[in-house]
Design a protein around this ligand. Structure first.
Ligand SMILES: NC(=O)C1=CN([C@@H]2O[C@H](COP(=O)(O)OP(=O)(O)OC[C@H]3O[C@@H](n4cnc5c(N)ncnc54)[C@H](O)[C@@H]3O)[C@@H](O)[C@H]2O)[C@@H](O)CC1
Ligand SMILES: Nc1ncnc2c1ncn2[C@@H]1O[C@H](COP(=O)(O)OP(=O)(O)OP(=O)(O)O)[C@@H](O)[C@H]1O
Ligand SMILES: [Mg+2]
Length: 345
Protein backbone atom coordinates (compact mmCIF):
# COMPACT_ATOMS: atom_id res chain seq x y z
CA UNK A 1 0.00 0.00 0.00
CA UNK A 2 1.20 3.49 -0.69
CA UNK A 3 0.85 6.22 1.89
CA UNK A 4 1.70 9.86 2.14
CA UNK A 5 3.44 11.41 5.10
CA UNK A 6 3.68 15.18 5.19
CA UNK A 7 6.35 16.69 7.33
CA UNK A 8 6.47 20.39 8.09
CA UNK A 9 8.90 22.35 10.12
CA UNK A 10 8.16 25.92 10.93
CA UNK A 11 9.25 28.74 13.12
CA UNK A 12 8.32 32.39 13.17
CA UNK A 13 10.69 33.16 10.36
CA UNK A 14 10.23 30.39 7.90
CA UNK A 15 8.35 27.32 6.97
CA UNK A 16 9.69 24.41 5.07
CA UNK A 17 7.48 21.64 3.96
CA UNK A 18 8.19 18.37 2.40
CA UNK A 19 6.01 15.48 1.43
CA UNK A 20 7.47 12.06 1.26
CA UNK A 21 5.89 9.18 -0.54
CA UNK A 22 6.08 6.32 1.88
CA UNK A 23 5.54 2.89 0.49
CA UNK A 24 5.30 0.69 3.51
CA UNK A 25 3.08 2.34 6.02
CA UNK A 26 -0.31 0.99 5.06
CA UNK A 27 -2.12 4.28 5.74
CA UNK A 28 -2.81 7.34 3.74
CA UNK A 29 -3.47 10.26 5.98
CA UNK A 30 -0.79 10.56 8.62
CA UNK A 31 0.59 14.00 8.98
CA UNK A 32 3.36 15.19 11.21
CA UNK A 33 3.91 18.83 11.90
CA UNK A 34 6.78 20.07 13.90
CA UNK A 35 6.60 23.63 15.08
CA UNK A 36 9.37 25.17 17.07
CA UNK A 37 8.60 28.55 18.57
CA UNK A 38 12.22 28.92 19.40
CA UNK A 39 14.77 29.76 16.77
CA UNK A 40 17.45 28.10 18.85
CA UNK A 41 16.55 24.55 17.91
CA UNK A 42 16.04 23.50 14.37
CA UNK A 43 14.94 19.91 14.20
CA UNK A 44 15.88 18.23 10.98
CA UNK A 45 13.32 16.79 8.64
CA UNK A 46 15.13 13.50 8.95
CA UNK A 47 14.39 13.46 12.69
CA UNK A 48 10.70 13.40 12.02
CA UNK A 49 10.47 11.61 8.77
CA UNK A 50 9.82 8.20 10.13
CA UNK A 51 7.86 8.38 13.31
CA UNK A 52 6.20 5.06 12.62
CA UNK A 53 9.65 3.54 12.48
CA UNK A 54 10.42 5.15 15.83
CA UNK A 55 7.32 3.54 17.32
CA UNK A 56 8.44 0.20 15.88
CA UNK A 57 11.89 0.70 17.38
CA UNK A 58 10.55 0.83 20.94
CA UNK A 59 8.38 -2.29 20.66
CA UNK A 60 10.09 -5.14 22.49
CA UNK A 61 10.75 -8.14 20.23
CA UNK A 62 8.83 -11.32 21.00
CA UNK A 63 11.46 -13.85 22.02
CA UNK A 64 11.57 -17.00 24.10
CA UNK A 65 13.90 -15.36 26.58
CA UNK A 66 11.47 -13.04 28.31
CA UNK A 67 9.51 -13.76 31.47
CA UNK A 68 5.95 -12.85 32.33
CA UNK A 69 5.70 -9.23 33.32
CA UNK A 70 8.73 -7.98 31.43
CA UNK A 71 6.72 -6.54 28.56
CA UNK A 72 4.59 -4.49 30.87
CA UNK A 73 2.67 -4.43 34.12
CA UNK A 74 0.20 -1.62 33.80
CA UNK A 75 -2.08 -0.15 36.48
CA UNK A 76 -5.41 1.52 35.75
CA UNK A 77 -6.84 3.67 38.54
CA UNK A 78 -10.54 4.13 37.91
CA UNK A 79 -13.88 2.37 37.95
CA UNK A 80 -16.72 3.28 40.25
CA UNK A 81 -20.42 2.55 40.61
CA UNK A 82 -21.36 4.51 37.47
CA UNK A 83 -18.47 3.69 35.21
CA UNK A 84 -17.17 0.16 34.78
CA UNK A 85 -16.66 0.21 31.00
CA UNK A 86 -13.94 2.87 30.90
CA UNK A 87 -11.37 1.11 33.12
CA UNK A 88 -12.16 -2.18 31.40
CA UNK A 89 -11.51 -0.72 27.92
CA UNK A 90 -8.25 0.82 29.07
CA UNK A 91 -7.03 -2.31 30.87
CA UNK A 92 -7.97 -4.83 28.17
CA UNK A 93 -6.42 -2.62 25.49
CA UNK A 94 -3.16 -2.50 27.44
CA UNK A 95 -3.12 -6.32 27.41
CA UNK A 96 -4.01 -6.59 23.74
CA UNK A 97 -1.29 -4.12 22.77
CA UNK A 98 1.20 -6.41 24.48
CA UNK A 99 1.41 -5.78 28.22
CA UNK A 100 1.71 -8.99 30.24
CA UNK A 101 -0.37 -7.93 33.22
CA UNK A 102 -3.07 -5.33 33.60
CA UNK A 103 -4.27 -4.28 37.06
CA UNK A 104 -7.43 -2.28 37.74
CA UNK A 105 -7.74 -0.40 41.04
CA UNK A 106 -11.42 0.46 41.43
CA UNK A 107 -14.19 0.71 44.02
CA UNK A 108 -15.70 -2.35 45.64
CA UNK A 109 -18.96 -1.89 43.71
CA UNK A 110 -17.22 -1.84 40.37
CA UNK A 111 -14.79 -4.70 40.92
CA UNK A 112 -17.07 -7.72 40.42
CA UNK A 113 -18.56 -6.14 37.35
CA UNK A 114 -15.16 -5.49 35.79
CA UNK A 115 -13.92 -8.98 36.67
CA UNK A 116 -16.96 -10.44 34.98
CA UNK A 117 -16.11 -8.67 31.72
CA UNK A 118 -12.76 -10.38 31.54
CA UNK A 119 -10.84 -13.07 33.39
CA UNK A 120 -7.62 -11.59 32.04
CA UNK A 121 -7.69 -8.54 34.28
CA UNK A 122 -6.43 -8.38 37.85
CA UNK A 123 -8.97 -6.32 39.74
CA UNK A 124 -8.38 -4.74 43.15
CA UNK A 125 -11.56 -3.54 44.93
CA UNK A 126 -9.69 -0.98 47.03
CA UNK A 127 -10.26 2.53 45.76
CA UNK A 128 -13.04 3.40 48.24
CA UNK A 129 -11.53 1.55 51.18
CA UNK A 130 -10.12 3.54 54.15
CA UNK A 131 -6.57 2.41 53.33
CA UNK A 132 -6.90 2.79 49.56
CA UNK A 133 -3.63 4.65 49.05
CA UNK A 134 -1.62 2.10 51.03
CA UNK A 135 -3.28 -0.75 49.10
CA UNK A 136 -2.33 0.76 45.74
CA UNK A 137 1.11 1.89 46.94
CA UNK A 138 1.96 -1.75 47.75
CA UNK A 139 1.62 -2.54 44.05
CA UNK A 140 3.34 0.51 42.60
CA UNK A 141 6.90 -0.91 42.76
CA UNK A 142 5.68 -3.71 40.49
CA UNK A 143 4.01 -1.45 37.94
CA UNK A 144 5.72 0.05 34.90
CA UNK A 145 3.13 2.77 34.31
CA UNK A 146 -0.20 3.94 35.67
CA UNK A 147 -3.24 5.31 33.90
CA UNK A 148 -5.23 7.52 36.24
CA UNK A 149 -8.82 8.47 35.61
CA UNK A 150 -10.89 6.28 33.24
CA UNK A 151 -14.24 5.86 34.99
CA UNK A 152 -12.91 7.33 38.24
CA UNK A 153 -15.91 9.63 38.71
CA UNK A 154 -15.82 12.85 40.68
CA UNK A 155 -16.52 11.72 44.21
CA UNK A 156 -14.34 13.84 46.51
CA UNK A 157 -12.95 10.91 48.49
CA UNK A 158 -12.00 9.01 45.33
CA UNK A 159 -10.33 12.09 43.87
CA UNK A 160 -8.35 12.53 47.11
CA UNK A 161 -7.17 8.93 46.82
CA UNK A 162 -6.25 9.44 43.16
CA UNK A 163 -4.30 12.52 44.17
CA UNK A 164 -2.27 10.57 46.73
CA UNK A 165 -1.67 7.78 44.20
CA UNK A 166 -0.32 10.33 41.72
CA UNK A 167 2.02 11.67 44.41
CA UNK A 168 3.25 8.16 45.28
CA UNK A 169 3.76 7.33 41.59
CA UNK A 170 5.76 10.52 41.06
CA UNK A 171 8.04 9.63 43.98
CA UNK A 172 8.77 6.33 42.25
CA UNK A 173 9.36 7.98 38.87
CA UNK A 174 6.65 5.92 37.16
CA UNK A 175 5.22 7.21 33.86
CA UNK A 176 1.69 8.47 34.56
CA UNK A 177 -1.04 8.81 31.95
CA UNK A 178 -3.84 11.07 33.12
CA UNK A 179 -7.21 10.83 31.43
CA UNK A 180 -10.91 11.54 32.02
CA UNK A 181 -11.71 12.37 35.66
CA UNK A 182 -8.00 12.37 36.45
CA UNK A 183 -7.90 15.45 34.24
CA UNK A 184 -10.77 16.96 36.19
CA UNK A 185 -8.58 16.60 39.28
CA UNK A 186 -5.61 18.21 37.51
CA UNK A 187 -7.71 21.14 36.35
CA UNK A 188 -8.63 21.75 40.00
CA UNK A 189 -5.04 21.29 41.24
CA UNK A 190 -2.53 21.63 38.39
CA UNK A 191 0.44 21.75 40.75
CA UNK A 192 -0.16 18.07 41.40
CA UNK A 193 1.39 17.18 38.05
CA UNK A 194 3.11 20.40 36.94
CA UNK A 195 6.76 19.80 36.05
CA UNK A 196 6.56 16.00 36.17
CA UNK A 197 7.82 15.23 32.69
CA UNK A 198 6.97 11.56 32.93
CA UNK A 199 3.29 12.47 32.75
CA UNK A 200 1.13 12.37 29.64
CA UNK A 201 -2.27 14.08 29.66
CA UNK A 202 -4.91 12.92 27.16
CA UNK A 203 -7.73 15.50 27.19
CA UNK A 204 -10.76 15.43 24.92
CA UNK A 205 -12.28 18.73 23.80
CA UNK A 206 -13.95 19.59 27.12
CA UNK A 207 -11.10 18.37 29.26
CA UNK A 208 -8.64 20.42 27.23
CA UNK A 209 -10.74 23.59 27.60
CA UNK A 210 -10.94 23.13 31.38
CA UNK A 211 -7.20 22.57 31.70
CA UNK A 212 -6.35 25.45 29.42
CA UNK A 213 -8.54 27.90 31.29
CA UNK A 214 -7.19 26.71 34.63
CA UNK A 215 -3.57 27.17 33.52
CA UNK A 216 -3.64 30.08 31.07
CA UNK A 217 -6.57 32.04 32.54
CA UNK A 218 -7.90 32.51 29.01
CA UNK A 219 -10.40 30.64 26.84
CA UNK A 220 -9.01 28.35 24.16
CA UNK A 221 -8.20 30.20 20.94
CA UNK A 222 -10.11 28.16 18.37
CA UNK A 223 -8.08 29.69 15.54
CA UNK A 224 -4.79 28.42 16.98
CA UNK A 225 -5.07 24.85 18.22
CA UNK A 226 -1.33 24.23 17.82
CA UNK A 227 -0.42 27.28 19.84
CA UNK A 228 -2.89 26.29 22.56
CA UNK A 229 -1.57 22.77 23.00
CA UNK A 230 2.00 24.05 22.96
CA UNK A 231 1.24 26.73 25.56
CA UNK A 232 -0.64 24.30 27.80
CA UNK A 233 2.29 21.90 27.78
CA UNK A 234 4.72 24.72 28.54
CA UNK A 235 2.54 26.03 31.37
CA UNK A 236 2.48 22.56 32.88
CA UNK A 237 6.27 22.32 32.76
CA UNK A 238 6.74 20.61 29.38
CA UNK A 239 4.92 17.43 30.13
CA UNK A 240 3.27 15.70 27.18
CA UNK A 241 -0.25 16.78 26.21
CA UNK A 242 -2.37 14.85 23.71
CA UNK A 243 -5.33 16.91 22.57
CA UNK A 244 -7.79 14.43 21.04
CA UNK A 245 -10.10 15.42 18.24
CA UNK A 246 -10.56 15.35 14.51
CA UNK A 247 -6.79 15.55 14.44
CA UNK A 248 -4.83 14.62 17.55
CA UNK A 249 -2.28 17.26 18.55
CA UNK A 250 0.62 16.02 20.65
CA UNK A 251 3.05 18.43 22.29
CA UNK A 252 5.85 18.51 24.83
CA UNK A 253 6.00 22.30 24.74
CA UNK A 254 8.76 22.26 22.16
CA UNK A 255 7.03 20.79 19.19
CA UNK A 256 3.64 19.68 18.03
CA UNK A 257 2.99 16.38 16.25
CA UNK A 258 -0.28 15.96 14.43
CA UNK A 259 -1.87 12.56 14.02
CA UNK A 260 -4.63 12.63 11.44
CA UNK A 261 -4.52 8.95 10.68
CA UNK A 262 -7.81 7.91 9.14
CA UNK A 263 -10.44 6.77 11.65
CA UNK A 264 -14.14 7.22 11.01
CA UNK A 265 -16.96 9.57 11.80
CA UNK A 266 -18.36 7.27 14.51
CA UNK A 267 -17.85 8.78 17.98
CA UNK A 268 -19.16 6.19 20.46
CA UNK A 269 -17.98 6.44 24.09
CA UNK A 270 -14.92 4.50 25.18
CA UNK A 271 -12.54 5.34 22.32
CA UNK A 272 -10.46 7.58 24.55
CA UNK A 273 -10.15 4.73 27.03
CA UNK A 274 -8.56 2.55 24.35
CA UNK A 275 -6.15 5.40 23.73
CA UNK A 276 -5.12 5.84 27.37
CA UNK A 277 -4.78 2.07 27.89
CA UNK A 278 -2.58 1.61 24.83
CA UNK A 279 -0.55 4.66 25.85
CA UNK A 280 0.09 3.03 29.23
CA UNK A 281 2.02 0.28 27.46
CA UNK A 282 3.65 2.36 24.74
CA UNK A 283 4.84 4.97 27.26
CA UNK A 284 6.53 2.23 29.25
CA UNK A 285 8.16 0.72 26.16
CA UNK A 286 9.31 4.07 24.83
CA UNK A 287 10.61 5.20 28.23
CA UNK A 288 12.52 1.95 28.63
CA UNK A 289 13.92 2.12 25.12
CA UNK A 290 15.07 5.70 25.65
CA UNK A 291 16.06 8.46 23.29
CA UNK A 292 18.58 6.26 21.46
CA UNK A 293 15.80 4.13 19.98
CA UNK A 294 13.66 7.18 19.28
CA UNK A 295 16.42 8.96 17.40
CA UNK A 296 16.68 11.69 19.99
CA UNK A 297 12.95 12.43 19.99
CA UNK A 298 11.08 12.64 23.27
CA UNK A 299 10.01 8.99 23.86
CA UNK A 300 6.65 10.11 25.20
CA UNK A 301 5.85 11.97 21.97
CA UNK A 302 6.65 8.81 20.04
CA UNK A 303 4.49 6.73 22.40
CA UNK A 304 1.61 9.17 22.10
CA UNK A 305 1.78 9.18 18.32
CA UNK A 306 1.73 5.37 18.39
CA UNK A 307 -1.32 5.25 20.68
CA UNK A 308 -3.25 7.84 18.67
CA UNK A 309 -2.62 6.17 15.33
CA UNK A 310 -3.45 2.76 16.79
CA UNK A 311 -6.75 3.95 18.28
CA UNK A 312 -7.74 5.61 15.02
CA UNK A 313 -6.78 2.49 13.05
CA UNK A 314 -8.97 0.35 15.37
CA UNK A 315 -11.79 2.81 14.81
CA UNK A 316 -11.31 2.62 11.06
CA UNK A 317 -11.27 -1.20 10.94
CA UNK A 318 -14.25 -1.61 13.29
CA UNK A 319 -16.25 0.99 11.39
CA UNK A 320 -15.66 -0.84 8.13
CA UNK A 321 -17.25 -3.93 9.69
CA UNK A 322 -20.05 -2.44 11.74
CA UNK A 323 -20.73 1.08 10.49
CA UNK A 324 -23.03 3.07 12.76
CA UNK A 325 -23.51 0.16 15.16
CA UNK A 326 -19.80 0.07 15.97
CA UNK A 327 -18.98 0.31 19.69
CA UNK A 328 -15.77 0.51 21.73
CA UNK A 329 -15.85 -3.29 22.23
CA UNK A 330 -15.70 -3.72 18.45
CA UNK A 331 -12.61 -1.51 18.45
CA UNK A 332 -11.00 -3.62 21.18
CA UNK A 333 -11.41 -6.67 18.91
CA UNK A 334 -9.37 -4.86 16.25
CA UNK A 335 -6.36 -4.00 18.44
CA UNK A 336 -4.28 -7.01 17.38
CA UNK A 337 -4.69 -6.63 13.62
CA UNK A 338 -4.45 -2.83 13.78
CA UNK A 339 -1.20 -3.08 15.73
CA UNK A 340 0.29 -5.58 13.25
CA UNK A 341 -0.76 -3.51 10.30
CA UNK A 342 0.77 -0.30 11.63
CA UNK A 343 3.83 -1.53 13.44
CA UNK A 344 4.70 -5.07 12.42
CA UNK A 345 4.49 -5.11 8.65
N1 LIG B 1 -18.55 2.85 29.37
C1 LIG B 1 -18.00 3.67 30.27
O1 LIG B 1 -17.90 3.36 31.46
C2 LIG B 1 -17.49 4.99 29.84
C3 LIG B 1 -17.19 5.91 30.82
N2 LIG B 1 -16.64 7.10 30.53
C4 LIG B 1 -16.31 7.92 31.69
O2 LIG B 1 -17.24 8.96 31.82
C5 LIG B 1 -16.68 9.96 32.66
C6 LIG B 1 -16.94 11.32 32.08
O3 LIG B 1 -16.23 11.43 30.82
P1 LIG B 1 -16.62 12.50 29.69
O4 LIG B 1 -15.74 12.29 28.52
O5 LIG B 1 -18.09 12.46 29.48
O6 LIG B 1 -16.12 13.85 30.36
P2 LIG B 1 -16.83 15.26 30.61
O7 LIG B 1 -17.77 15.13 31.74
O8 LIG B 1 -15.75 16.24 30.69
O9 LIG B 1 -17.73 15.53 29.34
C7 LIG B 1 -17.24 15.77 28.13
C8 LIG B 1 -18.43 16.28 27.38
O10 LIG B 1 -17.96 17.02 26.31
C9 LIG B 1 -18.70 16.73 25.19
N3 LIG B 1 -17.81 16.89 24.03
C10 LIG B 1 -16.87 16.01 23.62
N4 LIG B 1 -16.26 16.48 22.53
C11 LIG B 1 -16.85 17.68 22.26
C12 LIG B 1 -16.66 18.64 21.25
N5 LIG B 1 -15.73 18.47 20.28
N6 LIG B 1 -17.42 19.74 21.30
C13 LIG B 1 -18.33 19.93 22.27
N7 LIG B 1 -18.54 19.04 23.25
C14 LIG B 1 -17.82 17.93 23.24
C15 LIG B 1 -19.18 15.30 25.35
O11 LIG B 1 -20.41 15.11 24.73
C16 LIG B 1 -19.30 15.17 26.85
O12 LIG B 1 -20.61 15.41 27.27
C17 LIG B 1 -15.20 9.59 32.80
O13 LIG B 1 -14.97 8.90 34.01
C18 LIG B 1 -15.00 8.66 31.65
O14 LIG B 1 -13.88 7.81 31.83
C19 LIG B 1 -16.20 7.45 29.19
O15 LIG B 1 -14.85 7.05 29.13
C20 LIG B 1 -17.05 6.74 28.13
C21 LIG B 1 -17.24 5.28 28.39
N1 LIG C 1 -13.77 14.21 15.08
C1 LIG C 1 -12.96 13.17 15.11
N2 LIG C 1 -12.56 12.54 13.98
C2 LIG C 1 -11.75 11.49 14.02
N3 LIG C 1 -11.26 10.94 15.15
C3 LIG C 1 -11.61 11.51 16.30
C4 LIG C 1 -12.48 12.65 16.37
N4 LIG C 1 -12.66 12.98 17.66
C5 LIG C 1 -11.94 12.10 18.38
N5 LIG C 1 -11.32 11.22 17.57
C6 LIG C 1 -10.46 10.10 17.98
O1 LIG C 1 -11.15 9.30 18.94
C7 LIG C 1 -10.27 8.91 19.97
C8 LIG C 1 -10.89 9.29 21.30
O2 LIG C 1 -11.08 10.68 21.35
P1 LIG C 1 -12.35 11.30 22.09
O3 LIG C 1 -12.27 12.77 21.94
O4 LIG C 1 -13.57 10.58 21.66
O5 LIG C 1 -11.97 10.88 23.58
P2 LIG C 1 -12.91 10.79 24.85
O6 LIG C 1 -14.02 11.78 24.78
O7 LIG C 1 -12.00 10.88 26.02
O8 LIG C 1 -13.47 9.31 24.75
P3 LIG C 1 -14.18 8.43 25.91
O9 LIG C 1 -15.58 8.27 25.48
O10 LIG C 1 -13.42 7.14 25.91
O11 LIG C 1 -14.02 9.16 27.19
C9 LIG C 1 -8.93 9.58 19.71
O12 LIG C 1 -8.06 8.62 19.16
C10 LIG C 1 -9.23 10.62 18.67
O13 LIG C 1 -8.21 10.70 17.72
MG1 LIG D 1 -12.40 10.14 27.95
Amino acid sequence: MVGLICIFTSNFASEISSCILAKNYGFCNACIIERSFSLHRNHTLKDMENIFQLVRNVIPPLTGKRHKGQDGRIGIVGGCREYTGAPYFAAITALKVGADLSHVFCTKDAATVIKSYSPELIVHPVLDSPNAVHEVDKWLPRLHSVVIGPGLGRDEALLENAKAIIEKSKLKGIPIIIDADGLWLISQQPSLIQGYQRAILTPNYMEFSRLYEAMLRDPVDSSDHHGCVLRLSQALGNLTVVQKGERDLISDGEKVLVCSHEGSSRRCGGQGDLLSGSLGVLAHWAFLAGAEKTNGQNPFLVAAFGACSLTRQCNNQAFQKFGRSMTASDMVSEVGTAFSKLFET
